[in-house]
Structure formats: structure tokens, C-alpha cells
Ligand binder design. Structure first.
Ligand SMILES: Nc1ncnc2c1ncn2[C@@H]1O[C@H](COP(=O)(O)OP(=O)(O)OP(=O)(O)O)[C@@H](O)[C@H]1O
Length: 535
């Protein structure tokens, strides 16, 4: 704003120069005055340009600073909450974009009334014409914003939909190929694209006609102002210098308003974005982590844990209690959709129990800071996803790490030999060209779970789709983990007799007792969801 004061004060050098030239130099015919005035006007021009440059650089740096301060933290918070592209990012971009391009015109526009007041002192008629022109300009711009808002949003939605169709097709390209779905998907994409074109056409139809009216208004404003100035001059109501200076100042005011209203949409979007960011930042911070000195051991305790999925009618688990001492293995069995994955996600702290507590050692798992949780809990999800990056980066979870930890995890997971046979060994990039089998990918994911010897490891359906040799490797890995004092939770919907020899405790979900547990006495929990637990 301070820069704006000087930049706008310097603008008066032009009108003052005109008044002096027309009303003084022409009558006095003084060349010295002409040279001195011209030099002063040029100096003012250079000073104004320099100030404008500095102001722009400051605003652009400020905009980068805003993004830098907020985006990384927002992405981190979003990813922690399971959202890869949090909506707040778009709001941050709107605010920083406005600061870079729209803020200067909106700070300058407060000068428009001051300029109009100066025109009034030159002649009230000029001021009235200028004010009428500016009022018309504002009216047309508000109308344009109103008429184009809806088709603009519809066009954005259609473009987003078209993009999502392609992203989803890319993610499931095997299915697309196997079921010859290319035509159907191209059709869906084309429909969204055509919707987008139609909306853009509506947008253009409305926007273009108002834009033409605004352009015509600008030219008309120039002509009417000149004509009325000449009329005033001819009737001796204004001097020639006053006429040109008045026109120039009125033009400044009009241009300022014009620039500001062009940024009207970005001002509105930035304001909305800013309120959303503020609301996001004002959310109560999550409860303080219950940090205690030392690393938790692998003792796992579930104390009357109940859980309900958002939108579900009843609890999936009700008052579930169990405990594991370090080195014990809990086998969680149950048919499809009985809650094995949900329980795994509760144990690793990704879901929060509705009531009750899950503790690892003395720490409440759901309140553990992410970086500690990642150190002490390993997880093998049911559906394996590896990231674009090298094998070593995937195992080390993209953390800075020595190769010793990576190789040791790969060895326990039984994948070391396969990795060193790859063209670049641990530095091989895991992209589509790497021919890894499903079980090899699973073992890399297992190595990622075992990286730096966690205290609790949760394996969700690790035996699904494994051949007998891979099963044996996995069983050996589980045994090694148990022997090192790590608590292990394994979910399973099938049977594995060999594996049962290692199980210390088991939990049956869904009330259906698998036949291979006949020798175990199973107490039945009466309330829904028919949870049974056994020792
Ligand atoms: N995000 C969610 N929102 C609402 N309900 C969910 C959600 N995730 C899972 N469910 C429901 O919770 C129940 C348990 O699902 P879960 O995936 O935990 O079962 P599961 O035993 O692992 O199944 P499967 O063996 O088929 O993988 C199912 O009825 C499922 O529809």
C-alpha cells in the first residue's frame, strides 16, 4: 500500500505536465521551462516504473511464500487423513494467485475516487461523465460475473470428470484390455469432453458479448470525454491544459477500475478460498500425543474397542478386548466382509475406535505421532501398491536410509535373491517395465513392512494367492519376527495347517467357526456382530 501511495502520487506528474505545457509554456514560449518540465516528468516516469517493478516482485515473492508456508503442511495433513489431493490446495492457489496478480489493482482502486475528485475540481461536468462511465463499467462487469459463473463451474466439472475417466482407466488398464473396454471408456471420456465444450460455448456466448460491450464503452468513454472537454474549452469553461489534464486523470480512474474489475472473479475466489483455509486452520488441533520416554515394546492391548464405519447402521466391533505379549502371534479369521481389514487398520492407527483404546506398550496407537507409529508398526495391506521409485526406496518407505536396513528387511522377507537378479539390483526402478510376479511384489511389500524391525506387525491376508514355496518363506519370516520379540497379527480367510502351529491366540470374526479350529474352545460374544475370541 505504501508503494501504491507513491506510484499513484507520481501519476499526477503527467496531468501537471500537460497543464504547465498548455497553459504556461505555450503562452510564455520559454524553452528553459519546457526542458525543465520535460526532465521532471521523465524522472517521475522512471521513478514510478521502478517502484512498480519492486512492488510486483514483492507481491510475486509473497505469493510464493504463501504457497511454500501452506502447501507442504496441507499435503502432509491430507495424506495423513487419507486424502492425496486435499481441496485446501486449490484454495491456497487461489489466494496466492490473487496476491500475485489481483492485489495491486485492488489496492490501487481506492485511488479512483481521489482522481475523480481532482477531475471535479477541473470541471464538474467532466467528473460526472467519468463517474457515469465508471459506473457503467462496474455494472457490466458484475453482470458478466453473474452470467458466466454457472457455465464456468459446469465446464470445470466436465473437464474434471473427463480427466477422472482417463486416470481410472490408466489405473485399471489390465481390466480395460481384458474386457475390451476401450470403446466404452473412450465414449465416456468423449461425452464428458462434449459436455465441457457445450459449457464453454455457453460461457463464450455470454462472456464475449459483454466483453465487446465493455470494449465499446472504453472507446466511447474516450470520445465523449474529449468532446465534452472541447465543448467546455470552446465555451471558456476550461483551459486547454485543464481539458487534457482532466481527460488524462479521468482515464487513470477508469483504467484502475477496469483493471480491478477484471480481477473481480479472482478476488471473489480468493476470498472464498481464504475463509476455507481459515476454517481449516481453526480446526481444533488433534489431541496431544501421549508421548512417553522410550520405545514401546510389542505388548498389544485392545480394551473394549467398538467401531462403526461412517454410514454403517451398527457397530462392526463391539467391546472387543484382547491382549498380546511381545513375540505372540494373533490369527484373525473370518469370512469375507467380517471386518478383518477394518481391524487391521484399527490396529495400525489408520482408523479410530468409536470407544475403547488400542495400546502398544504404554502408548495409545491412535494418538501416536505418525513418525513414531511408522517406526514401531509394520503393515502389509491386502492389496499391494508399490510406488514409482527404486526397490530400495520402496522398502525404505522413501526415507533416508543405509542399505543395511533395506537388505536385512529384504532377506527376512525372502526377496533379497530375486532383487539382486534384477538388472539394477536394489536400484531397479519399479515401473511397468519391471517384470515382477505378484508374489515378488508382495514380498517387497513385506520387506517394507519389516523395515527397521517394528514392534508390532500387521499382515492383512498375507497368504492370499501365494504358492506353497512363497507361503513357506512367509511363515519363516513370521517365525523370525516372533523370535525377535515382535508381536504379529495375521488375518486369514482360508486355512494353513502348518501356520496354525505358530499361532498363540486367535480371533474369529463373524460367528462362523472355520472347521480347522474344531479343537479350540470358542466363547461366543452374544451381541452383534457375533464376535468370538479364543485363547
Ligand atoms: N470405508 C467404509 N465405509 C463403510 N463401510 C465399510 C468401509 N470399509 C469397509 N466397510 C464395510 O465393513 C465391513 C467389513 O469390511 P472389511 O473390508 O473390513 O472386511 P474383510 O473381512 O477384510 O473382507 P474381505 O475378506 O472380503 O477383504 C464390510 O461390510 C464392508 O462393506
Amino acid at each position: 500500500m505504501i508503494f501504491g501511495i507513491f506510484i499513484n502520487l507520481l501519476r499526477f506528474s503527467g496531468p501537471l505536465y500537460l497543464i504547465q505545457i498548455f497553459d504556461r509554456v505555450i503562452s510564455s514560449r520559454s524553452i528553459e521551462t519546457l526542458v525543465a518540465l520535460t526532465a521532471a516528468a521523465l524522472i517521475a516516469l522512471v521513478a514510478s516504473a521502478a517502484l512498480e517493478t519492486v512492488r510486483r516482485r514483492m507481491l510475486s515473492r509473497w505469493s510464493v511464500w504463501i504457497e511454500h508456508q501452506l502447501t507442504t503442511e496441507s499435503v502432509r495433513a491430507g495424506l495423513t487423513a487419507g486424502v492425496a489431493n486435499p481441496p485446501v490446495l486449490a484454495n491456497i492457489e487461489k489466494v496466492s494467485g490473487f496476491v500475485e496478480r489481483g492485489l495491486a489493482p485492488w489496492m490501487d482502486v481506492v485511488w479512483a475516487p481521489i482522481f475523480l475528485l481532482c477531475v471535479y475540481f477541473i470541471h464538474p461536468v467532466l467528473c460526472m461523465i467519468a463517474s457515469a462511465g465508471i459506473a457503467l463499467l462496474i455494472g457490466l462487469s458484475v453482470l458478466k460475473d453473474k452470467l458466466t459463473r454457472e457455465p464456468r463451474q459446469a465446464e470445470r466439472d466436465a473437464a474434471k470428470q473427463a480427466k477422472e475417466v482417463l486416470v481410472s482407466a490408466d489405473r485399471h488398464k489390465d481390466v480395460v484390455g481384458a474386457f475390451a473396454m476401450a470403446d466404452a471408456i473412450a465414449g465416456r471420456w468423449g461425452k464428458s469432453k462434449i459436455d465441457g465444450f457445450l459449457q464453454r460455448d455457453r460461457l463464450n456466448a455470454r462472456g464475449v458479448s459483454i466483453d465487446s460491450a465493455i470494449r465499446a464503452l472504453g472507446r466511447g468513454f474516450y470520445i465523449v470525454l474529449l468532446a465534452s472537454g472541447i465543448w467546455l474549452f470552446l465555451n471558456n469553461h476550461a483551459t486547454l491544459g485543464g481539458l487534457f489534464a482532466g481527460r488524462l486523470i479521468a482515464n487513470f480512474a477508469y483504467k484502475m477500475v477496469d483493471k480491478a474489475v477484471r480481477e473481480f472473479r479472482s478476488l471473489r475466489e480468493a476470498r472464498e478460498g481464504y475463509s476455507k483455509i481459515k476454517a481449516e486452520l481453526a480446526r481444533p488441533a488433534s489431541e496431544e500425543p501421549n508421548l512417553l520416554p522410550g520405545t514401546p515394546n510389542g505388548a498389544l492391548n485392545l480394551d473394549e474397542v467398538s467401531f462403526k464405519h461412517g454410514g454403517a447402521r451398527g457397530d462392526l466391533f463391539r467391546k472387543l478386548s484382547l491382549s498380546l505379549v511381545p513375540g505372540e502371534l494373533l490369527l484373525v479369521m473370518g469370512r469375507a466382509a467380517t471386518g478383518k481389514t477394518t481391524l487391521s487398520r484399527l490396529l495400525i492407527g489408520l482408523l479410530k475406535p468409536r470407544t475403547g483404546q488400542i495400546r502398544l506398550g504404554d502408548m495409545n496407537v491412535t494418538r501416536l505421532p505418525d513418525y513414531i507409529r511408522a517406526e514401531v508398526i509394520g503393515y502389509l495391506p491386502q492389496h499391494i501398491e508399490l510406488f514409482e521409485g527404486t526397490v530400495a526406496q520402496n522398502i525404505a518407505r522413501f526415507q533416508q536410509s543405509g542399505m543395511d536396513d533395506v537388505v536385512s528387511a529384504a532377506k527376512i522377507a525372502g526377496i533379497h535373491d530375486s532383487i539382486i537378479r534384477l538388472s539394477q539390483g536394489y536400484d531397479t526402478l519399479l515401473d511397468d517395465s519391471v517384470g515382477l510376479s505378484g508374489s515378488e511384489r508382495k514380498r517387497i511389500a513385506l520387506a517394507r513392512a519389516l523395515f527397521r524391525s517394528p514392534r508390532l506387525i500387521v499382515l492383512d491376508e498375507p497368504f492370499a494367492n501365494l504358492d506353497s514355496s512363497s507361503r513357506r518363506t512367509l511363515e519363516a519370516a513370521v517365525k523370525l519376527m516372533k523370535d525377535s520379540g515382535c508381536s504379529v497379527v495375521v488375518t486369514m480367510s482360508g486355512r494353513s495347517k502348518r501356520f496354525l502351529g505358530m499361532v498363540d491366540k486367535s480371533l474369529i470374526l463373524g460367528g462362523q467357526k472355520p472347521e480347522f479350529t474344531d479343537h479350540i474352545e470358542v466363547p461366543v460374544q452374544p451381541s452383534r456382530p457375533e464376535l468370538r475370541s479364543v485363547k
